[in-house]
Design a protein around this ligand. Structure first.
Ligand SMILES: NC(=O)c1ccc[n+]([C@@H]2O[C@H](COP(=O)([O-])OP(=O)(O)OC[C@H]3O[C@@H](n4cnc5c(N)ncnc54)[C@H](OP(=O)(O)O)[C@@H]3O)[C@@H](O)[C@H]2O)c1
Length: 282
């Protein structure tokens, strides 16, 4: 699947800056807390052909992602590494630039590919200065691109008044049970690409009849059907697995053809939130 071109769009001129090619598919590494679990999962995924890794300072495993990158022997420019500014650290400009450097140290990298604000900073008055810190990380070359995560349409809208550049990405929960057409459209409306986290709704839904019937009709697994639905919706998709067979199974979702299942997928929508949902915060 061809990579997507992401960019940070200028609020004053509408020009696209800091364009970068981002793979449409990658590995999420949340809840890989056992020592070595994240490193071995990332190494296996890279061997299988994954090129995008989504971590966060909050996951406590940036250093293992870095170790896996180095051990893989893959050229750095072939990889796309995403990490995030922790919500409790999203208090202002100084904290933002300091934590970005800390993440780079943890990863053992000079530059990350995408740095995200993990969720809207709790203090609405801090949102502008946090984003100015993100913009400084971008202009300092510490990251190739900056974005947000868990921003609702109203959070994105507010950015138009304080941002020099808009986010290149909004990482939100999207899957067949939480399809979010309005938030996806609002994200694309500000020039950002949707990144779908929890594409399997954390595994909560993939044994249910609706998705198993679709998968049976296609001759694929339920997880593959859910992942391909997210990709076909235009979202960069990052399922987590620390099980080698599932890491391979999830990658093979790229080959699945969902033709003829549009109505069956539409019927799965149930506004199901599998984890948290800061998009609705004020
Ligand atoms: N920005 C945010 O706030 C945010 C929030 C949540 C997640 N994320 C990111 O998105 C990534 C993915 O989301 P997620 O980890 O919440 O959930 P997910 O990818 O929807 O689901 C992961 C769960 O599904 C299981 N699984 C994986 N592949 C499977 C398969 N083929 N068949 C059956 N079960 C399978 C995994 O178990 P095994 O490991 O045992 O296979 C795990 O329990 C995270 O790792 C993280 O990088 C971001």
């Amino acid at each position: 699947m061809a990579p997507v071109k992401i960019a940070n769009t200028s609020t004053s001129t509408g020009d696209r800056h800091h364009e970068a090619e981002m793979p449409m598919f990658g590995l999420g590494v949340y809840l890989m807390g056992d020592p070595g679990e994240c490193k071995s999962s990332v190494l296996y995924a890279l061997e299988q052909g994954y090129r995008l890794i989504d971590t966060a300072m909050a996951y406590g495993n940036e250093h293992e992602v870095g170790e896996a990158i180095r051990e893989s022997g893959l050229p750095r420019e072939d990889l796309f590494i995403v990490t995030k500014l922790r919500t409790p650290h999203a208090t202002g400009y100084e904290n933002t630039i300091q934590r970005c450097q800390e993440s780079l140290e943890n990863l053992g990298l000079d530059q990350m590919d995408l740095y995200l604000v993990h969720s809207p900073p709790k203090d609405p008055d801090a949102r502008a200065s946090v984003w100015q810190g993100m913009e400084a990380c971008l202009s300092n070359g510490w990251t190739r691109s900056i974005g947000v995560s868990n921003y609702g349409a109203h959070h994105l809208d507010a950015m138009l008044s304080y941002a020099d550049v808009m986010p290149s990405v909004n990482q939100i929960e999207v899957n067949p049970w939480l399809q979010r057409p309005a938030l996806r459209a609002a994200t694309e409306g500000v020039g950002a690409t949707v990144m779908a986290y929890s594409p399997l709704a954390r595994g909560h839904k993939i044994s249910e009849r609706g998705i198993t019937e679709i998968a049976d009709s296609l001759g694929c697994t339920p997880a593959q059907a859910a992942i391909k639905w997210c990709l076909d919706a235009g979202a960069v998709t990052i399922p987590k697995s620390s099980n080698p067979a599932r890491i391979s199974e999830n990658l093979a979702a790229l080959e699945v053809d969902l033709s003829g299942t549009e109505e069956a997928f539409a019927a799965l929508e149930e506004s199901y939130v599998s984890g948290w949902d800061p998009t609705s915060e004020p």
